[in-house]
Design a protein around this ligand. Structure first.
Ligand code: MG
Ligand code: FE
Length: 171
């Protein structure tokens, strides 16, 4: 593959990452707005919304530097729609639990995406993109770690609330 073709791939993947972070923000905001009875989860999600906005800025900087226009969310957004619906459209009776699970899955999509982008950036010698992705990756890992470490607590709290007719459990 020519060096130009390689760089174009990196640009495409940066665009995908940017769209992924827009999708992330949409899903996280939707989750946060609906949560009422799980303040710790809501606070962690709100923290990650701030991080996600910062990630968008960093990625936009990479796209600008490479002279690439960010794709519309449409492209990757469509691919991620199924996952997005898994979170934002979830008004099911156990949405807090399903939402935390979907969040965990989404964070892992982000983790593998940035790990791949770091390798790609290294391969083309794009040290700035590499640096940016290495800065973002630990935030995704930390969010995934928080979710897996709290899923038992969230699940138990949900069950307790669901067993009590006077409390709302699902969100
Ligand atoms: Mg992210
Ligand atoms: Fe994330």
């Amino acid at each position: 593959m020519s060096e130009t073709a390689k760089t174009e791939n990196v640009a495409d993947w940066l665009r995908d990452a940017y769209a992924m972070e827009q999708q992330a923000e949409t899903m996280l905001k939707s989750q946060s707005a609906r949560l009422e009875n799980y303040p710790k989860l809501k606070a962690r999600i709100d923290q990650h919304i701030e991080e996600t906005r910062g990630q968008q800025e960093l990625l936009k900087g990479c796209l600008d530097r490479l002279g690439v226009s960010p794709s519309t969310v449409k492209d990757l957004g469509a691919k991620l729609m199924a996952m997005g619906q898994g979170v934002s459209g979830m008004f099911v009776s156990d949405e807090v639990v399903k939402g935390a699970m979907a969040g965990y899955v989404f964070e892992h999509l982000e983790i593998v995406s940035y790990t791949s982008l770091i390798a790609a950036a290294k391969a083309v010698g794009d040290t700035e993109t590499q640096r940016v992705c290495e800065q973002i990756l630990p935030q995704e890992e930390a969010m995934a770690k928080w979710l897996i470490e709290h899923i038992d607590e969230i699940t138990t709290a949900f069950l307790e609330r669901a067993a009590n007719p006077d409390t709302q459990a699902k969100r």
